[in-house]
Design a binder for this molecule. Sequence first.
Ligand code: TSB
Ligand code: ZN
Length: 644
Amino acid sequence: MSNIEITLPDGSQRSVEAGIRPIDIARSIGTRLADAAIVARLNGELYDLTRPIEADAALQILTNKDPEALQVYRHSTAHLLAAAVLELYPETKLGIGPPIENGFYYDFDRATPFTPEDLEKIEKKMWEIQKRNLPYERIYTKKEDGLKKYGDAWMKCELISERAGEVFSEYTLGPYFIDFCRGPHVPDTSKLKAFKLLSIAGAYWKGDEHNKQLQRIYGTAFFSQKDLEEYLNRLEEAKRRDHRRLGKELELFTVNEAVGAGLPLWLPKGATVRRLLEEYILERERAGGYQHVYTPDLAKVELYQRSGHWAHYQSSMFPPMDLETEQMVLRPMNCPHHILIFESKQRSYRDLPVRIAEMGTMYRYERSGALSGLSRVRAMTLNDAHIFCTPDQIKEEFSSVMKLVEQAYRDLGITQYRYRLSLRDKADKEKYVDNDAMWELGEQVLREAMDSLGLPYVEARGEAAFYGPKLDIQLADVMGHEETYSTVQVDFHLPNQFELKYVGADGKDHRPVIIHRAVVSTMERMIAYLIELYAGAFPVWLAPVQAIVLPITDRQTEYARGLQKQLDAAGIRATIDERSEKVNFKIREAQLQKIPFMLVVGDREQQNNQVAVRNRKHGDQGVKTLEEFLSGIRALIESRAVAE
Ligand code: TSB
Ligand code: ZN
């Protein structure tokens, strides 16, 4: 036997016999390492712990602390799922079963739909197989033998014909299960300690709706029971807060197939929240020296050819409408319209910065699979502005925008966010304008601005706008999934495209810079976030209904109506529940509608000209006069208190 050299992460080298397996090396280092080991990395590539090493190599052992190892672990759990399904329902044909962000899935072709009871059965079977301590064995098969072997497993045959080389790898699990798979996998099922099946959904073979529909079983797996439970709790919490569910229950918005996917309809209550948010930010902008404008939602194609949207952003735009002599498009962004407003008169250096703002409605052709409730839509209204300034003014303008963002987040109760510097992907000439000097300058300006504010940020390549780098503010949902909300972008490109100018102190023409910025993102995305942040129980100042009057019997109807009128006159959004239902029932419903205050009135309250106040979170607040109640709720509204 010849010897080979293995280099370990600490740089040390070992001379060992060829054919040694990573698990043997892990054991020779220590049983703790061997126990925690999930998979190896050999010369940078993931590699089975039980696969022999035949040549000199750099070796790393990945343990149950490693996120990449978790993906392998989940992939192995997906095989376990497929093995269990085949034991229970041998007629099933297997599709693919990869790990995904929070778990794994496997696609199956089976005439009978899986039921939730089947899911339980399958999970039990998985545990049964797990206890057999079966190894995941890598074997090799010739392509022609493989096609015969998989016979009527049509999806596997299709994959083998398309992807397999002359010889391909397969993984077995016990004597009966075998899967065409690149691996790697955990050494055996004893490594799999915590998993759960979650749901069944339809999925097309290869994601193509012209293909056969399959049944996809989703599951998740973690290294420990504790991690699994934590995840399941978060999943429950996410369901409880899901803005799509709450949007329906609280009558905030709806989506109707007759209009189309990603085109939400705002119901009166949702519209109220949106109007309050709009009024809030418009007022802050007025105080910050912005000028608000209105511009149309569409324009000629030529405008976007000039701006560069046509060349770099077309795949996100709805196709043009052919009119008699021209082509119009729905705008995907508001910038060109604002640029034309800047250009509509001569500007001098004394006028700068010019801050043009609009609640601008725009349209993006998002792929149907990416759409989600209000958070990713096709028609959206952005709290947009374009600041036209001199290069010297960028830093100060940037810093005022950041202050505006921080102020808005404080007022909205948003406390968890990260800054992300979004840069281009240099190689992608299609998505980004090609001008190295410009990109470098933009990047440098943003870095300097962030550094002088002392704000930390992460970097992301391939996330810039086509015209320049962005400073994005990322908020995460309950499941930890991040999206961009606020954004500040430095742009040297559009001013060139439109040959913008202002007259400088020297009497000559100069080119301004554009800062694109959105403070509270689109109304859609921000309200989706706020619904989830507050689980529908909006702070009093944003609540669509702030108080509800609940008469106990018909005798108080008149008194209750009088109270509602006075609340109305005082500017409080109040309703009344006059139905002849038990008051406890009315309270429960008001509670489910997350109305901050319930004013319960019976004979006694009426006689004393008072109200019995209940709060949605703290329950009974005692009996008060209407004036006392009003001064309390006004204080909450004026201070934009995030909790009562
Ligand atoms: C800031 N021209 C700039 C503007 O001047 C612009 O449009 N930037 S953007 O493309 O980054 O979009 C601004 C914000 O809109 C994003 O940060 C994101 O929060 C929000 N947004 C983008 N696409 C969608 C969508 N499909 N649904 C909901 N909100 C979206
Ligand atoms: Zn813009």
